[in-house]
Design a protein around this ligand. Structure first.
Ligand SMILES: Cc1ncc(COP(=O)(O)O)c(C=O)c1O
Length: 481
């Protein structure tokens, strides 16, 4: 007898993928600068840990905002018993203003349209429950965030139809690609209920330009389907071109049916608070707001969190400074990392947002196949010991791309990661040279017994060059496969 439900026993949670396998490899052997210098460096987690000093400083200066402090305890009972799925009015107000601020003050958001979800994960599922039935599908441009398969489809029964984008135009979403996917779905008798995009994109780290956004809005209007814009990375844009939200495009377009447009937002990336599970559905459709609010009972944001964030996000001076610092620090990190990669001859897709880079390792593939991509990924995780995520887990249509997260670690760890990558690339070149092979081929065995001087001094921080440098003990120097 089957004891569990079909949903519980199917594998649409997607955890059987290299994306999550990489996390497991990290969990089993996590890198630590002193305790475990041979461990795996986690570069598969899109977390923003660059500004915790700022939020911690705010918390210290505002003890009244936390209800578990002497200064805030008077509010404890009121907040602890609060259980309304509308959310605290001051929280919705603060989030609406924050969303407007993040979009440069060019649009205003109505607090009464804010529906809470458990992170963007819960918000994406909630909007699917509102818009589609089991067996219906959403178009999603690829490469896309791997957990969309779980979030959009596992419990709702909604399917994803990928819209294939490729590097020939920088993975831009074209009308032609949308039409091809839409028509194919129709031929296959699949009912397309909408299009979901992540802007800025995970994994690409790029923002959609005005014209592309307009073409997406006209596409959904022509087909009378929904457009869900996951804008979770809105404030991670660190250089030009600036972020354009679908909310601005709606104002600019002559015709747009607002009932079709929905924004998913979260504080997980922009404020670095994934543990707080603050997700938002902001819909321009009254029926979706009303039904979404009832459904949000399953994924509310704790009233304690709402209370704290209402105060934090209403502090305009703090928000201003946080957003400015966050984008400066992200820009710096991006610059250090991409320049470090460039010194090893590795390029990335040009990007200006997100907490990661989209690294091009096509020339390291033995052949241009997804099997070869997996071979390379295994070498990277097992030997180079950095957990990056292969493009195939993002449903990328071209093998050889890898997403590398860069904002979930400190400066020293970035240096170690770059050194490992440099070592790997040099070793490979040398290995191939000595075997008289083209540098395009991956050596069967990693013979990483090279001299230290080969390291690019440009990426050696003083810390790394100290007598206590962890590098001599690095597994890379001893690795044999
Ligand atoms: C595009 C995108 N949407 C949603 C999520 C889920 O975010 P949350 O932690 O708010 O659930 C992520 C997290 O990586 C993401 O990249």
């Amino acid at each position: 007898m089957v004891l569990l439900s079909k949903i519980a026993t199917n594998d649409r949670h997607g955890e059987n993928s290299p994306y999550f396998d990489g996390w497991k490899a990290y969990d089993m052997n996590p890198y630590h600068p002193t305790e475990n210098r041979d461990g795996v460096i986690q570069m598969g987690l899109a977390e923003n840990q660059l500004c915790f000093d700022l939020s911690e400083d705010w918390i210290r200066k505002n003890p009244k905002a936390s209800i578990c402090t002497a200064e805030g305890v008077n509010e404890f009972k009121n907040i602890a018993i609060f259980q309304d799925y509308h959310g605290l009015p001051e929280f919705r107000q603060a989030v609406a203003s924050f969303m407007g601020r993040v979009r440069g003050g060019r649009v205003k958001f109505d607090p009464d349209r804010i529906v809470m979800g458990g992170g963007a994960t819960g918000a994406n599922e909630l909007i699917m429950f509102c818009l589609a039935d089991p067996g219906d599908a959403f178009l999603v441009p690829s490469p896309y965030y791997p957990a969309f398969d779980r979030d959009l489809g596992w419990r709702t029964g909604v399917d994803i139809v990928p819209v294939h984008c490729d590097s020939s135009n920088g993975f831009l979403i074209t009308k032609a690609a949308l039409e091809t996917a839409y028509e194919k779905a129709q031929k296959d008798n699949i009912n397309i209920k909408g299009l979901l995009i992540a802007n800025p994109s995970n994994p690409l780290g790029t923002v959609l330009d005005r014209e592309t956004l307009k073409s997406l809005v006209s596409f959904v209007n022509e087909k009378n389907i929904h457009l869900v814009c996951d804008e979770i990375y809105a404030a991670t844009v660190f250089s030009t071109p600036s972020f354009v939200s679908v909310s601005e495009i709606m104002q600019e377009m002559e015709y747009c049916n607002p009932d079709l447009i929905h924004i998913v937002y979260s504080l997980s990336k922009d404020m670095g608070l994934p543990g707080f599970r603050v997700g938002i559905v902001y819909s321009y459709n009254d029926a979706v707001v009303s039904c979404g609010r009832k459904m949000s009972s399953f994924g509310l944001v704790s009233s304690q969190t709402q209370h704290l964030l209402a105060a934090m996000l209403s502090d305009e001076e703090f928000v201003e400074n946080y957003l400015e610092q966050s984008s400066k620090r992200l820009a710096k990190r991006h610059n250090v990392f991409t320049r470090g990669l460039a010194k090893a001859g590795i390029t990335c897709l040009k990007s200006n947002a997100g907490l990661f880079v989209w690294m091009d390792l096509r020339r390291l593939l033995k052949e241009q196949t997804f099997e070869a991509e997996m071979v390379l990924w295994r070498v990277i995780i097992n030997e180079v010991k950095v957990n990056v995520s292969p493009g195939s887990s993002f449903h990328c249509s071209e093998p050889g791309w890898f997403r590398v997260c860069i904002a979930n670690m400190d400066d020293e760890t970035v240096v170690v990661a770059l050194q490992r990558i440099h070592a790997f690339v040099h070793q490979e070149k040398d290995g191939n040279k000595s075997q008289g092979k083209s540098t395009k081929c991956l050596p069967k065995k990693l013979q990483l017994s090279f001299s230290f001087r080969r390291y690019d001094e440009g990426i050696m921080s003083p810390h790394m060059m100290s007598p206590h440098s962890p590098v001599p003990l690095s597994p890379l120097l001893q690795a044999r496969t």
